[in-house]
Ligand binder design. Sequence first.
Ligand SMILES: Cc1cc2nc3c(=O)[nH]c(=O)nc-3n(C[C@H](O)[C@H](O)[C@H](O)COP(=O)(O)OP(=O)(O)OC[C@H]3O[C@@H](n4cnc5c(N)ncnc54)[C@H](O)[C@@H]3O)c2cc1C
Length: 487
Amino acid sequence: MTRLVLLNQAMRLTDNMLLQQQGDCMAVLLLDKNQYLGQQHGIVRASSLKLAHSLWLAEDFRLQLQQLQLPLLCMLADANTVLPALIKDFGISSVVMAEPVAAEEQQLLQLAALSVPVSCLDLNSLLAAELRPDLNTLPDSFSKFRSQREPELKVSPALSAVSVSGRWLSPDDIQAATTTSVTVDFAAQWQQTLADHPLPQPQALATERQQQQQFLAYLYDNQAIYHYKTSRNQFCDLPSDKASRDTTPLYASFVSTALSHGTLSVRWLWQQICVLETTKAGNESTYWLKFELLWREYFRWQQRKFGVLLFSHAGLGRHPVPQPQGDMAQQQLKFSLWCQGQTGLPLVDANMRQLQATGLMSNRGRQLVASYLIYDLGLDWRWGAAYFEQQLLDYDVASNWGNWAYIAGAGTAAGRYFNQLKQALQYDSDAYFIRQQVKELSGLGLAAHLPYLSAAAAPWQQQLQVPPTKPDWQSSLAKLRQLLQLR
Ligand SMILES: Cc1cc2nc3c(=O)[nH]c(=O)nc-3n(C[C@H](O)[C@H](O)[C@H](O)COP(=O)(O)OP(=O)(O)OC[C@H]3O[C@@H](n4cnc5c(N)ncnc54)[C@H](O)[C@@H]3O)c2cc1C
Protein backbone atom coordinates (compact mmCIF):
# COMPACT_ATOMS: atom_id res chain seq x y z
CA MET A 1 0.00 0.00 0.00
CA THR A 2 2.18 2.82 -1.24
CA ARG A 3 0.90 6.32 -1.82
CA LEU A 4 2.38 8.30 -4.70
CA VAL A 5 2.91 11.91 -3.68
CA LEU A 6 3.19 14.09 -6.77
CA LEU A 7 5.16 17.22 -5.89
CA ASN A 8 4.56 19.17 -9.10
CA GLN A 9 3.84 22.82 -8.23
CA ALA A 10 4.82 22.09 -4.63
CA MET A 11 8.61 22.33 -4.57
CA ARG A 12 8.88 23.74 -1.06
CA LEU A 13 9.26 22.73 2.57
CA THR A 14 7.21 25.55 4.11
CA ASP A 15 3.43 25.26 4.06
CA ASN A 16 3.46 21.98 2.18
CA MET A 17 0.94 19.46 3.50
CA LEU A 18 1.97 17.00 0.80
CA LEU A 19 5.11 16.27 2.80
CA GLN A 20 3.09 15.23 5.82
CA GLN A 21 2.10 11.66 5.11
CA GLN A 22 1.50 8.51 7.08
CA GLY A 23 2.60 5.02 6.05
CA ASP A 24 4.55 4.11 2.92
CA CYS A 25 4.85 6.73 0.27
CA MET A 26 6.91 7.69 -2.70
CA ALA A 27 7.75 11.24 -3.83
CA VAL A 28 7.63 12.01 -7.54
CA LEU A 29 8.11 15.15 -9.58
CA LEU A 30 6.95 14.54 -13.13
CA LEU A 31 7.60 17.29 -15.67
CA ASP A 32 5.43 16.43 -18.63
CA LYS A 33 7.45 16.49 -21.84
CA ASN A 34 4.51 17.77 -23.81
CA GLN A 35 4.25 20.88 -21.65
CA TYR A 36 7.84 21.76 -22.46
CA LEU A 37 8.71 20.23 -25.81
CA GLY A 38 5.25 20.16 -27.42
CA GLN A 39 3.83 22.94 -29.60
CA GLN A 40 0.70 25.08 -29.71
CA HIS A 41 -0.24 27.41 -32.57
CA GLY A 42 3.04 26.27 -34.15
CA ILE A 43 5.02 27.65 -31.18
CA VAL A 44 7.26 25.44 -29.03
CA ARG A 45 6.02 25.50 -25.46
CA ALA A 46 9.26 26.21 -23.62
CA SER A 47 12.42 28.11 -24.45
CA SER A 48 15.66 26.37 -23.55
CA LEU A 49 16.07 28.82 -20.65
CA LYS A 50 12.61 28.05 -19.28
CA LEU A 51 13.16 24.30 -19.56
CA ALA A 52 16.60 24.47 -17.93
CA HIS A 53 15.25 26.68 -15.14
CA SER A 54 12.45 24.22 -14.34
CA LEU A 55 14.80 21.24 -14.40
CA TRP A 56 17.39 22.81 -12.11
CA LEU A 57 14.75 24.08 -9.74
CA ALA A 58 13.52 20.50 -9.45
CA GLU A 59 17.08 19.30 -8.90
CA ASP A 60 17.61 21.86 -6.15
CA PHE A 61 14.45 20.60 -4.45
CA ARG A 62 15.53 16.98 -4.88
CA LEU A 63 18.80 17.76 -3.11
CA GLN A 64 17.00 19.56 -0.29
CA LEU A 65 14.72 16.57 0.26
CA GLN A 66 17.69 14.21 0.10
CA GLN A 67 19.09 15.92 3.17
CA LEU A 68 15.85 15.05 4.96
CA GLN A 69 16.19 11.39 3.89
CA LEU A 70 13.35 11.83 1.47
CA PRO A 71 14.25 10.54 -2.00
CA LEU A 72 12.48 12.40 -4.79
CA LEU A 73 12.09 10.73 -8.16
CA CYS A 74 12.42 13.49 -10.76
CA MET A 75 11.71 13.04 -14.44
CA LEU A 76 11.05 14.85 -17.67
CA ALA A 77 8.83 12.35 -19.42
CA ASP A 78 5.59 11.67 -21.21
CA ALA A 79 3.11 11.76 -18.34
CA ASN A 80 0.58 9.65 -20.25
CA THR A 81 3.02 6.74 -20.38
CA VAL A 82 4.95 7.20 -17.19
CA LEU A 83 2.21 7.82 -14.65
CA PRO A 84 0.37 4.54 -15.33
CA ALA A 85 3.73 2.71 -15.41
CA LEU A 86 4.72 4.14 -12.02
CA ILE A 87 1.37 3.17 -10.54
CA LYS A 88 1.80 -0.38 -11.85
CA ASP A 89 5.49 -0.86 -11.05
CA PHE A 90 5.33 0.38 -7.51
CA GLY A 91 1.97 -1.10 -6.57
CA ILE A 92 0.63 2.38 -5.90
CA SER A 93 -2.64 2.37 -3.99
CA SER A 94 -3.45 6.10 -4.17
CA VAL A 95 -2.13 9.39 -5.50
CA VAL A 96 -2.09 12.78 -3.81
CA MET A 97 -1.11 16.04 -5.48
CA ALA A 98 -1.52 19.82 -5.48
CA GLU A 99 -4.90 20.70 -6.97
CA PRO A 100 -4.45 21.88 -10.54
CA VAL A 101 -6.30 24.82 -12.07
CA ALA A 102 -6.34 24.09 -15.79
CA ALA A 103 -7.71 21.35 -18.00
CA GLU A 104 -4.35 19.98 -19.07
CA GLU A 105 -3.25 19.30 -15.49
CA GLN A 106 -6.69 17.90 -14.72
CA GLN A 107 -6.02 15.29 -17.40
CA LEU A 108 -3.05 14.00 -15.44
CA LEU A 109 -5.28 13.66 -12.44
CA GLN A 110 -7.94 11.87 -14.49
CA LEU A 111 -5.32 9.53 -15.93
CA ALA A 112 -4.21 8.46 -12.47
CA ALA A 113 -7.83 8.18 -11.33
CA LEU A 114 -8.41 5.47 -13.94
CA SER A 115 -6.44 3.06 -11.79
CA VAL A 116 -6.31 4.39 -8.21
CA PRO A 117 -8.06 6.93 -5.98
CA VAL A 118 -6.63 10.44 -6.35
CA SER A 119 -6.90 13.28 -3.85
CA CYS A 120 -5.88 16.91 -4.23
CA LEU A 121 -4.84 19.60 -1.79
CA ASP A 122 -5.25 23.17 -2.90
CA LEU A 123 -1.80 24.29 -1.80
CA ASN A 124 -1.36 27.28 -4.06
CA SER A 125 -4.57 29.24 -3.62
CA LEU A 126 -5.27 31.91 -1.05
CA LEU A 127 -8.79 30.63 -0.63
CA ALA A 128 -8.98 27.01 0.38
CA ALA A 129 -11.05 24.79 2.66
CA GLU A 130 -14.02 26.73 4.05
CA LEU A 131 -12.98 29.90 2.20
CA ARG A 132 -13.07 28.14 -1.16
CA PRO A 133 -15.34 29.98 -3.61
CA ASP A 134 -18.33 28.18 -5.07
CA LEU A 135 -17.83 28.13 -8.85
CA ASN A 136 -21.59 28.41 -9.44
CA THR A 137 -21.77 31.75 -7.67
CA LEU A 138 -18.28 33.02 -8.52
CA PRO A 139 -18.59 36.69 -9.57
CA ASP A 140 -17.52 37.41 -13.15
CA SER A 141 -15.70 40.65 -12.51
CA PHE A 142 -12.59 41.13 -10.40
CA SER A 143 -14.12 44.05 -8.49
CA LYS A 144 -17.12 41.94 -7.44
CA PHE A 145 -14.83 39.03 -6.57
CA ARG A 146 -12.70 41.33 -4.42
CA SER A 147 -15.55 43.13 -2.72
CA GLN A 148 -17.11 39.77 -1.87
CA ARG A 149 -13.96 39.08 0.18
CA GLU A 150 -13.40 42.53 1.63
CA PRO A 151 -13.22 44.33 4.03
CA GLU A 152 -11.77 41.43 5.99
CA LEU A 153 -9.74 39.86 3.18
CA LYS A 154 -9.52 36.61 5.08
CA VAL A 155 -7.31 33.95 3.50
CA SER A 156 -6.36 30.41 4.51
CA PRO A 157 -3.47 30.36 6.98
CA ALA A 158 -0.04 29.01 6.04
CA LEU A 159 1.36 26.06 7.99
CA SER A 160 3.97 27.64 10.20
CA ALA A 161 6.64 24.98 10.61
CA VAL A 162 8.49 22.84 8.14
CA SER A 163 7.48 19.30 8.94
CA VAL A 164 7.99 16.09 7.03
CA SER A 165 6.46 12.76 8.01
CA GLY A 166 5.79 9.36 6.44
CA ARG A 167 7.87 6.32 5.43
CA TRP A 168 9.34 7.37 2.12
CA LEU A 169 10.61 4.74 -0.30
CA SER A 170 14.42 4.66 -0.33
CA PRO A 171 16.44 4.70 -3.56
CA ASP A 172 17.09 0.95 -3.06
CA ASP A 173 13.38 0.23 -2.65
CA ILE A 174 12.74 2.21 -5.79
CA GLN A 175 15.46 0.44 -7.74
CA ALA A 176 14.23 -2.95 -6.61
CA ALA A 177 10.65 -2.25 -7.59
CA THR A 178 11.28 -1.00 -11.12
CA THR A 179 10.21 -3.68 -13.49
CA THR A 180 9.16 -2.03 -16.70
CA SER A 181 11.46 -0.38 -19.20
CA VAL A 182 9.60 2.89 -18.67
CA THR A 183 10.77 3.52 -15.13
CA VAL A 184 14.05 1.64 -15.16
CA ASP A 185 17.15 3.63 -14.25
CA PHE A 186 15.28 6.84 -13.61
CA ALA A 187 18.14 8.36 -11.59
CA ALA A 188 20.60 8.02 -14.47
CA GLN A 189 18.02 9.36 -16.90
CA TRP A 190 17.45 12.40 -14.72
CA GLN A 191 21.17 13.14 -14.45
CA GLN A 192 21.43 12.86 -18.22
CA THR A 193 18.49 15.25 -18.65
CA LEU A 194 20.25 17.78 -16.42
CA ALA A 195 23.50 17.39 -18.32
CA ASP A 196 21.65 17.99 -21.59
CA HIS A 197 20.13 21.24 -20.30
CA PRO A 198 22.75 23.26 -18.44
CA LEU A 199 21.58 26.46 -16.83
CA PRO A 200 23.16 29.55 -18.37
CA GLN A 201 25.38 31.44 -15.94
CA PRO A 202 24.59 33.57 -14.00
CA GLN A 203 20.93 32.60 -14.09
CA ALA A 204 19.50 32.65 -10.56
CA LEU A 205 17.07 29.93 -9.56
CA ALA A 206 13.82 30.84 -7.83
CA THR A 207 14.40 28.40 -4.98
CA GLU A 208 12.47 28.53 -1.73
CA ARG A 209 15.44 29.71 0.36
CA GLN A 210 16.49 32.39 -2.12
CA GLN A 211 12.97 33.68 -2.62
CA GLN A 212 12.04 33.77 1.05
CA GLN A 213 15.18 35.76 1.82
CA GLN A 214 14.57 38.05 -1.11
CA PHE A 215 11.00 38.75 -0.11
CA LEU A 216 11.89 39.43 3.53
CA ALA A 217 14.61 41.83 2.37
CA TYR A 218 12.03 43.50 0.11
CA LEU A 219 9.82 44.03 3.16
CA TYR A 220 12.37 44.86 5.87
CA ASP A 221 15.87 45.69 4.58
CA ASN A 222 14.95 47.67 1.48
CA GLN A 223 11.40 48.46 2.61
CA ALA A 224 10.64 48.67 -1.08
CA ILE A 225 7.12 47.38 -0.48
CA TYR A 226 6.22 50.83 0.82
CA HIS A 227 6.41 52.31 -2.69
CA TYR A 228 5.02 49.29 -4.52
CA LYS A 229 1.76 50.94 -5.62
CA THR A 230 3.54 53.47 -7.79
CA SER A 231 6.78 51.72 -8.69
CA ARG A 232 4.98 48.60 -9.96
CA ASN A 233 4.15 50.61 -13.08
CA GLN A 234 7.83 50.95 -14.01
CA PHE A 235 9.57 48.74 -16.54
CA CYS A 236 12.77 48.53 -14.52
CA ASP A 237 14.51 50.21 -11.58
CA LEU A 238 15.52 53.78 -12.40
CA PRO A 239 19.06 55.14 -11.92
CA SER A 240 17.76 57.06 -8.90
CA ASP A 241 16.37 53.89 -7.29
CA LYS A 242 18.18 52.30 -4.39
CA ALA A 243 18.89 48.92 -5.98
CA SER A 244 22.18 48.20 -7.59
CA ARG A 245 22.22 46.64 -11.02
CA ASP A 246 23.35 43.20 -9.91
CA THR A 247 20.56 42.61 -7.39
CA THR A 248 16.93 41.80 -8.06
CA PRO A 249 15.11 45.02 -9.00
CA LEU A 250 12.92 46.61 -6.34
CA TYR A 251 10.19 48.24 -8.42
CA ALA A 252 8.04 45.14 -7.83
CA SER A 253 8.21 42.10 -5.58
CA PHE A 254 9.56 39.52 -8.07
CA VAL A 255 7.76 36.63 -6.43
CA SER A 256 5.96 35.39 -9.54
CA THR A 257 8.51 32.79 -10.65
CA ALA A 258 8.52 31.14 -7.23
CA LEU A 259 4.73 31.26 -7.04
CA SER A 260 4.34 29.68 -10.44
CA HIS A 261 6.54 26.71 -9.51
CA GLY A 262 5.14 26.43 -6.01
CA THR A 263 8.54 27.12 -4.42
CA LEU A 264 6.87 29.91 -2.42
CA SER A 265 3.54 29.58 -0.70
CA VAL A 266 1.16 32.41 -1.56
CA ARG A 267 -0.32 32.09 1.92
CA TRP A 268 3.12 32.50 3.47
CA LEU A 269 3.62 35.66 1.39
CA TRP A 270 0.27 37.05 2.48
CA GLN A 271 1.08 36.27 6.10
CA GLN A 272 4.43 38.07 5.85
CA ILE A 273 2.74 41.22 4.55
CA CYS A 274 0.20 41.08 7.40
CA VAL A 275 2.98 40.63 9.96
CA LEU A 276 4.79 43.67 8.54
CA GLU A 277 1.57 45.68 8.69
CA THR A 278 0.96 44.82 12.35
CA THR A 279 4.52 44.89 13.68
CA LYS A 280 5.87 47.85 11.66
CA ALA A 281 3.39 49.75 9.54
CA GLY A 282 1.08 49.32 6.61
CA ASN A 283 0.22 51.76 3.85
CA GLU A 284 -1.57 51.86 0.50
CA SER A 285 1.28 49.92 -1.06
CA THR A 286 1.29 47.04 1.41
CA TYR A 287 -2.43 46.74 0.74
CA TRP A 288 -1.80 46.93 -3.01
CA LEU A 289 0.50 43.95 -3.05
CA LYS A 290 -2.24 41.91 -1.44
CA PHE A 291 -4.65 43.37 -3.98
CA GLU A 292 -2.43 42.03 -6.79
CA LEU A 293 -2.23 38.63 -5.14
CA LEU A 294 -6.01 38.67 -5.27
CA TRP A 295 -5.83 39.25 -9.03
CA ARG A 296 -3.80 36.07 -9.25
CA GLU A 297 -6.44 34.34 -7.17
CA TYR A 298 -9.24 35.68 -9.36
CA PHE A 299 -7.62 34.27 -12.51
CA ARG A 300 -7.17 30.87 -10.84
CA TRP A 301 -10.87 30.62 -10.08
CA GLN A 302 -11.88 31.96 -13.48
CA GLN A 303 -9.74 29.23 -15.04
CA ARG A 304 -11.34 26.58 -12.89
CA LYS A 305 -14.79 27.87 -13.78
CA PHE A 306 -14.46 28.37 -17.55
CA GLY A 307 -11.75 25.82 -18.42
CA VAL A 308 -10.92 25.27 -22.08
CA LEU A 309 -13.24 28.07 -23.25
CA LEU A 310 -10.55 30.54 -22.18
CA PHE A 311 -8.17 29.10 -24.78
CA SER A 312 -10.45 29.67 -27.77
CA HIS A 313 -10.22 32.83 -29.91
CA ALA A 314 -13.66 34.12 -28.98
CA GLY A 315 -13.19 33.00 -25.39
CA LEU A 316 -16.41 33.34 -23.42
CA GLY A 317 -18.01 35.02 -26.44
CA ARG A 318 -19.37 37.95 -24.42
CA HIS A 319 -17.42 40.76 -26.11
CA PRO A 320 -15.99 41.36 -29.57
CA VAL A 321 -12.48 39.96 -30.02
CA PRO A 322 -10.46 41.47 -32.91
CA GLN A 323 -10.04 39.16 -35.89
CA PRO A 324 -6.52 38.62 -37.26
CA GLN A 325 -5.73 41.01 -40.15
CA GLY A 326 -3.89 40.35 -43.42
CA ASP A 327 -2.86 37.11 -45.09
CA MET A 328 -1.07 34.37 -43.21
CA ALA A 329 2.40 35.28 -44.53
CA GLN A 330 1.96 38.87 -43.34
CA GLN A 331 0.67 37.76 -39.99
CA GLN A 332 3.61 35.45 -39.50
CA LEU A 333 6.07 38.16 -40.45
CA LYS A 334 4.55 40.66 -38.04
CA PHE A 335 4.47 38.06 -35.32
CA SER A 336 8.11 37.20 -35.79
CA LEU A 337 9.08 40.92 -35.65
CA TRP A 338 7.08 41.26 -32.45
CA CYS A 339 8.77 38.21 -30.89
CA GLN A 340 12.25 39.46 -31.80
CA GLY A 341 11.60 43.00 -30.57
CA GLN A 342 12.01 44.39 -34.07
CA THR A 343 8.69 46.09 -34.71
CA GLY A 344 10.17 49.58 -34.83
CA LEU A 345 8.08 50.76 -31.90
CA PRO A 346 10.69 51.42 -29.21
CA LEU A 347 8.84 50.52 -26.03
CA VAL A 348 7.40 47.33 -27.48
CA ASP A 349 10.82 46.30 -28.75
CA ALA A 350 12.45 47.12 -25.42
CA ASN A 351 10.00 44.93 -23.54
CA MET A 352 10.21 42.05 -26.00
CA ARG A 353 14.00 42.06 -25.94
CA GLN A 354 13.97 42.06 -22.16
CA LEU A 355 11.66 39.04 -22.24
CA GLN A 356 13.95 37.16 -24.60
CA ALA A 357 17.05 37.97 -22.56
CA THR A 358 15.69 37.33 -19.06
CA GLY A 359 12.47 35.32 -19.30
CA LEU A 360 10.62 38.09 -17.45
CA MET A 361 8.82 41.37 -18.15
CA SER A 362 7.08 43.93 -15.94
CA ASN A 363 3.32 43.86 -15.64
CA ARG A 364 2.88 47.13 -17.55
CA GLY A 365 5.21 45.87 -20.26
CA ARG A 366 3.12 42.72 -20.62
CA GLN A 367 -0.08 44.75 -20.94
CA LEU A 368 1.42 47.02 -23.58
CA VAL A 369 2.98 44.40 -25.83
CA ALA A 370 -0.21 42.33 -25.61
CA SER A 371 -2.36 45.28 -26.64
CA TYR A 372 0.05 46.09 -29.47
CA LEU A 373 -0.08 42.55 -30.83
CA ILE A 374 -3.87 42.37 -30.71
CA TYR A 375 -4.99 45.88 -31.66
CA ASP A 376 -2.12 47.39 -33.66
CA LEU A 377 -0.57 44.40 -35.39
CA GLY A 378 -3.95 42.69 -35.81
CA LEU A 379 -2.80 39.23 -34.72
CA ASP A 380 -4.52 36.35 -32.94
CA TRP A 381 -4.11 36.97 -29.17
CA ARG A 382 -3.43 33.28 -28.62
CA TRP A 383 -0.18 33.50 -30.59
CA GLY A 384 1.00 36.10 -28.10
CA ALA A 385 -0.15 34.01 -25.14
CA ALA A 386 1.63 30.96 -26.55
CA TYR A 387 4.84 32.92 -27.07
CA PHE A 388 4.65 34.24 -23.49
CA GLU A 389 4.12 30.66 -22.32
CA GLN A 390 7.30 29.70 -24.15
CA GLN A 391 9.42 32.49 -22.72
CA LEU A 392 8.19 33.34 -19.23
CA LEU A 393 10.06 31.83 -16.30
CA ASP A 394 7.04 32.73 -14.18
CA TYR A 395 4.62 31.17 -16.66
CA ASP A 396 1.38 30.39 -14.91
CA VAL A 397 -1.46 29.00 -16.94
CA ALA A 398 -4.26 30.96 -15.23
CA SER A 399 -2.46 34.31 -15.00
CA ASN A 400 -1.03 34.16 -18.50
CA TRP A 401 -4.01 32.98 -20.51
CA GLY A 402 -6.38 34.87 -18.21
CA ASN A 403 -4.57 38.20 -18.69
CA TRP A 404 -4.27 37.73 -22.44
CA ALA A 405 -7.96 36.85 -22.72
CA TYR A 406 -8.77 39.87 -20.54
CA ILE A 407 -6.88 42.30 -22.82
CA ALA A 408 -8.35 40.73 -25.97
CA GLY A 409 -11.92 40.88 -24.61
CA ALA A 410 -12.17 37.09 -24.63
CA GLY A 411 -12.74 36.89 -20.89
CA THR A 412 -15.49 38.35 -18.75
CA ALA A 413 -14.80 42.03 -19.59
CA ALA A 414 -14.50 44.10 -22.78
CA GLY A 415 -10.99 44.25 -24.29
CA ARG A 416 -8.37 46.82 -23.26
CA TYR A 417 -6.53 48.92 -25.82
CA PHE A 418 -3.47 51.00 -24.88
CA ASN A 419 -2.10 54.03 -26.73
CA GLN A 420 1.52 52.93 -26.82
CA LEU A 421 3.08 56.33 -27.21
CA LYS A 422 1.03 57.88 -24.45
CA GLN A 423 2.00 55.03 -22.12
CA ALA A 424 5.65 55.35 -23.13
CA LEU A 425 5.73 59.05 -22.29
CA GLN A 426 3.93 58.45 -19.03
CA TYR A 427 5.85 55.45 -17.70
CA ASP A 428 9.27 55.76 -19.33
CA SER A 429 9.37 59.52 -19.46
CA ASP A 430 13.14 59.78 -20.04
CA ALA A 431 13.24 56.75 -22.35
CA TYR A 432 15.67 55.21 -19.86
CA PHE A 433 14.29 51.69 -20.21
CA ILE A 434 14.16 51.90 -24.00
CA ARG A 435 17.75 53.06 -24.22
CA GLN A 436 18.82 50.22 -21.90
CA GLN A 437 17.20 47.49 -23.94
CA VAL A 438 17.30 48.72 -27.55
CA LYS A 439 21.01 49.15 -28.10
CA GLU A 440 20.64 50.93 -31.44
CA LEU A 441 18.72 53.70 -29.66
CA SER A 442 21.00 53.94 -26.62
CA GLY A 443 22.79 57.04 -27.90
CA LEU A 444 19.58 59.04 -28.17
CA GLY A 445 17.80 61.08 -25.54
CA LEU A 446 14.05 61.42 -25.47
CA ALA A 447 14.05 60.90 -29.24
CA ALA A 448 14.43 57.20 -28.45
CA HIS A 449 10.64 57.24 -28.11
CA LEU A 450 10.08 57.99 -31.79
CA PRO A 451 9.03 55.00 -33.90
CA TYR A 452 12.10 53.98 -35.88
CA LEU A 453 12.96 51.82 -38.83
CA SER A 454 14.20 48.56 -37.38
CA ALA A 455 17.21 47.15 -39.22
CA ALA A 456 15.85 43.59 -39.27
CA ALA A 457 12.43 44.72 -40.42
CA ALA A 458 13.50 47.47 -42.83
CA PRO A 459 12.67 45.61 -46.06
CA TRP A 460 9.07 45.04 -44.99
CA GLN A 461 8.35 47.56 -42.29
CA GLN A 462 6.68 50.24 -44.38
CA GLN A 463 4.79 47.75 -46.42
CA LEU A 464 3.45 46.16 -43.27
CA GLN A 465 2.74 49.51 -41.62
CA VAL A 466 4.71 48.54 -38.53
CA PRO A 467 4.34 50.50 -36.35
CA PRO A 468 0.92 51.75 -37.30
CA THR A 469 -0.08 55.26 -36.44
CA LYS A 470 -3.55 55.15 -34.98
CA PRO A 471 -5.38 58.52 -34.91
CA ASP A 472 -5.19 58.67 -31.14
CA TRP A 473 -1.40 58.48 -31.32
CA GLN A 474 -1.20 61.76 -33.14
CA SER A 475 -1.65 63.91 -30.07
CA SER A 476 1.01 61.88 -28.22
CA LEU A 477 3.37 62.23 -31.18
CA ALA A 478 2.72 65.97 -31.26
CA LYS A 479 3.45 66.16 -27.53
CA LEU A 480 6.68 64.24 -28.01
CA ARG A 481 7.80 66.49 -30.88
CA GLN A 482 7.02 69.52 -28.77
CA LEU A 483 9.10 68.13 -25.90
CA LEU A 484 11.98 67.41 -28.27
CA GLN A 485 11.98 70.97 -29.56
CA LEU A 486 11.94 72.32 -26.08
CA ARG A 487 15.09 70.45 -25.08
C1 LIG B 1 -0.40 39.53 -20.84
C2 LIG B 1 -0.01 39.17 -19.43
C3 LIG B 1 0.51 37.90 -19.16
C4 LIG B 1 0.88 37.56 -17.85
N1 LIG B 1 1.39 36.31 -17.61
C5 LIG B 1 1.69 35.94 -16.34
C6 LIG B 1 2.20 34.65 -16.04
O1 LIG B 1 2.35 33.79 -16.91
N2 LIG B 1 2.53 34.38 -14.75
C7 LIG B 1 2.36 35.28 -13.74
O2 LIG B 1 2.68 34.98 -12.59
N3 LIG B 1 1.84 36.49 -13.99
C8 LIG B 1 1.52 36.86 -15.24
N4 LIG B 1 1.03 38.12 -15.48
C9 LIG B 1 0.74 39.00 -14.34
C10 LIG B 1 1.88 39.96 -13.92
O3 LIG B 1 2.36 40.64 -15.03
C11 LIG B 1 3.01 39.23 -13.23
O4 LIG B 1 2.50 38.42 -12.18
C12 LIG B 1 4.00 40.20 -12.59
O5 LIG B 1 4.51 41.07 -13.57
C13 LIG B 1 5.12 39.39 -11.95
O6 LIG B 1 6.09 40.20 -11.35
P1 LIG B 1 6.12 40.41 -9.77
O7 LIG B 1 6.06 39.11 -9.05
O8 LIG B 1 7.25 41.30 -9.50
O9 LIG B 1 4.74 41.14 -9.58
P2 LIG B 1 4.21 42.13 -8.47
O10 LIG B 1 3.71 43.33 -9.15
O11 LIG B 1 5.16 42.30 -7.37
O12 LIG B 1 2.92 41.36 -7.91
C14 LIG B 1 2.98 40.34 -6.91
C15 LIG B 1 2.21 39.16 -7.38
O13 LIG B 1 0.85 39.50 -7.60
C16 LIG B 1 0.33 38.74 -8.68
N5 LIG B 1 -0.04 39.63 -9.79
C17 LIG B 1 0.38 40.88 -10.03
N6 LIG B 1 -0.20 41.39 -11.14
C18 LIG B 1 -1.00 40.41 -11.61
C19 LIG B 1 -1.87 40.30 -12.72
N7 LIG B 1 -2.05 41.30 -13.59
N8 LIG B 1 -2.51 39.14 -12.91
C20 LIG B 1 -2.36 38.10 -12.06
N9 LIG B 1 -1.56 38.14 -10.99
C21 LIG B 1 -0.90 39.28 -10.76
C22 LIG B 1 1.46 37.83 -9.14
O14 LIG B 1 1.33 36.61 -8.46
C23 LIG B 1 2.69 38.58 -8.70
O15 LIG B 1 3.82 37.75 -8.52
C24 LIG B 1 0.68 38.50 -16.79
C25 LIG B 1 0.16 39.77 -17.09
C26 LIG B 1 -0.17 40.10 -18.39
C27 LIG B 1 -0.73 41.47 -18.66
